[in-house]
Design a protein around this ligand. Structure first.
Ligand code: 5GP
Ligand code: MN
Length: 336
């Protein structure tokens, strides 16, 4: 533990000091918002508000339907809803806090100019983080950025209100696959314990995230499962969601959540892959693994990244060629 603590270049107390010193904050996170990105943003928003700070959350993408229950979502400014040319004016001496993003490109097109900030603070848990901030707090042993924001709230002696507990619990639940993934540690349960004591209701939160599907999402899952291929020599499974499948089922882009995890549950399968056609010629790929195979390192060979057991990348080209190239390369990697 001491060794790990020493490997941190920045201490959480330094982040707390910066927060105390500055007054104006903009918080952002990555495109394709997930529970950890949104939950961490909203919790930090309410922590800063509690301290009397000026704070705004800006994102490229809209809040997916399943996360709309989180307190404060209506305050989030989103590029997708704004005039293309709109740029938010920021005060002098403003701080940009970037959460859950392994590099600065991951935040996409947000309506602020990143070079206008006095300071960029980068808080993340991805091993591939490029340390793009002036201040970087990267804890790869943390299950989620939510867990880091919880530690920060302690450092700031902040009261964990329900508005903070709910998004933090949602962040942790989603990034740990409901406390099932290898990133779940004793500290995760301790944090969850405090959050539940502070007003996060696990049952209600789980219902909002996992039992709130449109039938279209289930039809898309059904189609994707029917198309699933398994290579039982290499123990991999993969499937594709094409534009045609989105149109036939009437499902939304965000409704592919969970497909790649479902096919990883096949007996003996060690690695699963989902190919998702965003637009013709552009494929988003998700990788999941059960044990030792490091999909973060594998995704990096395609310009992506993530965590050892969950990673992704984006490729452009013919969809059948992309599927073949990635699966061939994966089979090779698994057999060497
Ligand atoms: P998902 O497959 O759910 O989109 O992402 C799984 C993990 O991989 C997340 O931690 C996510 O941030 C990361 N990830 C997904 N796509 C990319 C990508 O294109 N580049 C990088 N660096 N990370 C990605
Ligand atoms: Mn995360």
């Amino acid at each position: 533990m001491a060794g790990k603590a020493r490997m941190q270049h920045t201490k959480i107390s330094k982040i707390a000091k910066i927060i105390k010193k500055y007054h104006n904050f903009i918080i952002t996170s990555h495109t394709n918002l997930d529970g950890d990105a949104l939950g961490s943003e909203l919790a930090l928003y309410f922590i800063l508000k509690q301290m009397g700070k000026e704070v705004k959350i800006v994102n490229q993408d809209q809040v997916p339907y399943i996360y709309k229950f989180m307190p404060g979502v209506e305050e989030i400014i989103c590029s997708a809803k704004l005039d293309k040319e709109f740029i938010l004016e920021i005060e002098n001496d403003s701080v940009l806090v970037v959460l859950d993003s392994s590099n600065l490109e991951r935040i996409g097109n947000i309506p602020v100019k990143t070079d206008k900030f006095s300071l960029i603070v980068n808080i993340d848990h991805h091993p591939s983080n490029t340390k793009f901030g002036h201040i970087n707090y990267i804890d790869v042993s943390s299950s989620s950025v939510g867990e880091i924001i919880f530690q920060l709230s302690k450092e700031l002696n902040c009261e964990i209100t329900e508005q903070i507990a709910i998004p933090l619990f949602a962040a942790i639940v989603t990034d740990t696959g409901s406390f099932r993934y290898a990133n779940t540690r004793a500290e995760t349960f301790y944090t969850a314990f405090v959050l539940v004591k502070s007003g996060a209701n696990p049952h209600l939160i789980a219902n909002q995230i996992y039992s709130n599907n449109e039938i279209s999402a289930l039809r898309l899952l059904g189609d994707a499962l029917l198309k699933t291929e398994v290579d039982s020599n290499s123990n991999i499974a993969w499937t594709i969601v094409t534009r045609e499948m989105f149109e036939e089922t009437n499902a939304k882009e965000e409704e592919t959540e969970g497909i790649v995890d479902k096919i990883l549950s096949i007996k003996k399968v060690q690695v699963s892959v989902l190919f998702k056609e965003i637009i013709e010629g552009k494929i988003k790929i998700s990788f999941r693994s059960k044990d030792d195979f490091n999909v973060d390192l594998f995704a990096r060979t395609f310009g992506g990244g993530g965590h050892p057991n969950a990673a992704g990348c984006q490729l452009e080209g013919d969809r059948d060629d992309i599927v073949k190239t990635v699966i061939d390369r994966l089979i090779k990697a698994l057999n060497t």
